[in-house]
Design a protein around this ligand. Structure first.
Ligand code: CO
Length: 155
């Protein structure tokens, strides 16, 4: 495994729509392993392939003991609303509030191409949706609901 360089905003690569993953081979496994390692090294909770310069629909999310690899993910259902602070490994020194669904049901493929469904809520749902936005060239700052005020940034 190896660390990969993280593409930073405003690199135009982050604004492109990624293509589906079609080949579930060792190269994909290596990419996912590297993405997990790169995310962990940078204290992130999620990383999408375009953030390491690969325009393919793949992302990893790791929140505490929860870890998932999402290949070609799609939202099947969403419900409710939550508003909380987000950040991004591709955007240094910036956070803002983003509104997301409270609960979602996803369908994705794993690293071997097998389909699975995932139901999640709260912060994990937020992290999955943030990463899925990257696959469509959307950054969280595009969805900024409110800026943090100065006092909050100091915490
Ligand atoms: Co991000």
């Amino acid at each position: 495994m190896a660390l990969r360089n993280i593409v930073k905003d405003p690199d135009p690569l982050l604004r492109k729509k990624s293509r589906p993953v079609e080949t579930f081979d060792k190269k994909l496994h290596l990419l996912l392993d590297d993405m997990r390692e790169t995310m962990a090294k940078n204290d992130g909770v999620g990383l999408a392939a375009p953030q390491v310069g690969i325009l393919r629909r793949a992302a990893v999310v790791e929140v505490g003991d929860f870890y998932v690899e999402l290949v070609n993910p799609e939202v099947l259902e969403s419900e409710g609303e939550q508003i909380d602070v987000e950040g991004c490994l591709s955007i240094n020194n910036y956070n803002c509030y983003v509104a997301r669904p409270e609960r979602i049901k996803l369908r994705a493929q794993n690293r071997d191409g097998e389909f699975f469904e995932l139901e999640c809520r709260d912060f994990i749902a937020r992290a999955c949706l943030h990463e899925m936005d990257h696959l469509d060239g959307i950054l969280f700052k595009d969805k900024c609901y409110a800026e943090l005020d100065f006092d909050e940034e100091q915490e």
